[in-house]
Design a protein. Structure first.
Length: 131
């Protein structure tokens, strides 16, 4: 049976807080995702695949995911590693790391785009500024 855990996102100063379910990766998902990411040729296609992964492995959406602060993303990542510990152990033991290496570049790109396009990036002090 597929495992899941609930990650508590703490309440912020606006009173916003919630719980996100994080689900275990299935073997079928692990087998098909690397090929899907390798076949993606546009940013829109990659974004759709990232949204698909978020939907498969959590009960949230890409729209909500990109509003999370880095500290909240870290909580989700910890939850993902916890619920998928058996998968990562098996992949490592069997030398089947293609799943992780196939998806990580797209996730990195999506997170980088989020950080560069977030409102915080536009208001950050210039390099060398003492503000």
């Amino acid at each position: 049976m597929r495992k899941s855990i609930f990650v508590e996102i703490p309440t912020d100063s606006s009173g916003n807080g919630h719980t996100i379910a994080v689900r275990e990766v299935t073997l079928g998902e692990a087998m098909e995702m690397p090929a899907k990411f390798k076949a993606a040729t546009t940013e829109a296609h990659i974004r759709a695949l990232v949204a698909e992964c978020i939907g498969l492995w959590t009960d949230t959406t890409l729209a909500t995911f990109v509003t999370l602060a880095p500290s909240e993303l870290k909580l989700l990542w910890r939850g993902f590693k916890e619920v998928n510990g058996d998968f990562f152990d098996l992949a490592r033991e069997l030398g089947l790391t293609e799943f992780v290496t196939g998806i990580l570049p797209a996730l990195r790109m999506e997170l980088l785009n989020f950080m560069l396009n977030s409102s915080g990036a536009a208001t950050a002090p210039a390099a060398g500024s003492t503000d």
